[in-house]
Design a protein around this ligand. Structure first.
Ligand SMILES: Cc1cc2nc3c(=O)[nH]c(=O)nc-3n(C[C@H](O)[C@H](O)[C@H](O)COP(=O)(O)OP(=O)(O)OC[C@H]3O[C@@H](n4cnc5c(N)ncnc54)[C@H](O)[C@@H]3O)c2cc1C
Length: 397
């Protein structure tokens, strides 16, 4: 088989690219080792779509911040066009003392004001979000009756949203498929060789030749890049354990709630109702080898304690449904400032690596658009289709 562009990996990154490329008159194939799309990190995460205070607090100047912030206004339209659920639950960031307050004050003034000014680097039109505000203790307790009462107030972000990322992945894939992208499921890339300026891709289902390769293999990105010496990044696999509770708990809590981690860092102290009506808490984080997806008792206990710390009067132990792990590719664990890597390695033209980490689902509406611009800048000829449908979906099989 020959295609103009082969995308290795049917996670949210590869699928966002597939959907964008389906607007052009070129042959594109997504190669995915699993029997469906979105089954790896895309479906083992916290399900939050950063829409306000969180995205705007990402380090200015990073691609991570740029793609997340530019994605903010795109989410509601995508959800409408592709018919997937997108719910604004809002985020309550608890203030326990003066230290929390000062941190949030700095964050609020630094990021929000900058981004809402028309000359801001990542300007967000005012109609695309509601301003973040400080709320007092009484308002927090009115909004979340079961919340820890030992607080002064909170920073409230009404924009924060949740989705089912697997459902979003499916929607991107089906739209790409409708518009002509091929999907090769149960197809694992075993080797890639350079052939002239193109590539020969060996899989368990035969060979594919491609002029351009998008490496969107999640935490396997290094293995795929190594085949053609295209590794222009380094990362550590960061494992997160998350615990889900049943609908009885989901009914009692309305917002995402978190506190800034202190002794708990690098773990997170955050919990939210999911789009399916359950409740989720975590995240216990560890640096470990990538095949270690064991759910430990220690991690589950940590997550139960997070839920109890935020909502002390609820009995969580009898409502656990499941705990699971997910891996993100983290580029800078020393400083805590992470950035995406989405670029063309210097010595391997016609190749793009996509390394996400935290908030990759949130940034997904922009990832494909960014990659298409990179492709165009190489001089690779792509022409827009006249019959592209932004709403069409065709089941992949
Ligand atoms: C614990 C945790 C919590 C998170 N919370 C959030 C959150 O709340 N909000 C948010 O926006 N982001 C969150 N993230 C980050 C987000 O999940 C990731 O940024 C995103 O899912 C990465 O997507 P991806 O497509 O790069 O990787 P993946 O989803 O892993 O996709 C890679 C795909 O490549 C395929 N593949 C790999 N090797 C091969 C091969 N050899 N041949 C064929 N196919 C191959 C895999 O099967 C997989 O389907 C979280 C991550 C974790 C771990």
């Amino acid at each position: 088989m020959y295609v103009d562009i082969a995308i290795v990996g049917g996670g949210i990154a590869g699928l966002s690219v597939a959907m964008e490329l389906s607007k052009y008159n070129i042959d594109v194939a997504v190669i995915e080792k699993n029997n469906d799309v979105g089954l790896e990190t895309t479906s083992t995460n916290h399900n939050l779509i950063c829409q306000g205070a969180d995205s705007l607090s990402f380090r200015p100047g990073t691609l991570h911040a740029e793609l997340n912030i530019k994605s903010i206004p795109l989410w509601p339209k995508l959800s409408k066009n592709l018919n997937f659920k997108f719910k604004r639950i809002g985020g309550i960031w608890l203030i326990r003392d003066k230290v929390d307050y000062q941190k949030f004050l700095k964050l609020k003034s630094r990021s929000f004001k900058q981004s809402t000014k028309p000359d801001a680097p990542y300007y967000i039109p005012k109609e695309d979000f509601t301003p973040v505000e400080f709320i007092d203790r009484k308002t927090v307790l009115d909004m979340e009756p079961y919340i820890n009462k030992d607080i002064l107030g909170a920073l409230y972000d009404p924009n924060l949203a949740t989705v089912d990322p697997k459902e979003v992945a499916k929607a991107y894939a089906e739209n790409a498929n409708y518009n002509g992208v091929k999907f090769l499921l149960n197809t694992e890339v075993k080797m890639i060789r350079r052939e002239g300026i193109g590539f020969s891709i060996e899989t368990n289902n035969g060979n594919i030749k491609a002029s351009f390769v998008i490496n969107a293999a999640g935490i396997n990105i290094d293995r795929i890049a190594d085949f053609v010496k295209a590794k222009n990044f380094s990362y550590v696999p960061l494992k997160g354990t998350i615990t889900d509770f049943d609908e009885e708990i989901g009914k009692m809590i309305n917002h995402e709630v978190h506190v800034l981690p202190r002794n708990e860092a690098p773990n997170m102290v955050t919990a939210l109702p999911t789009i399916h009506g359950n409740f989720r808490s975590g995240i216990y984080m560890e640096l470990t080898y990538r095949s270690n997806n064991e759910v430990t008792k220690y991690a589950v206990d940590y997550n139960i304690n997070v839920a109890k710390k935020l909502f002390p009067d609820i009995n969580f132990e009898n409502h656990i449904i499941k705990s699971f792990t997910g891996f993100m590719a983290y580029t800078n664990p020393d400083t805590g400032w992470h950035d995406f890597v989405i670029d063309i390695p210097e010595y391997v033209p016609n190749w793009i690596n996509i390394l996400l980490g935290p908030a990759g689902v949130s940034a997904s509406p922009m990832i494909g658009k960014y990659v298409v611009e990179l492709i165009k800048n190489t001089g690779f000829k792509i022409e827009e289709k006249s019959n592209y449908s932004p709403t069409g979906r065709k089941v992949i099989s």
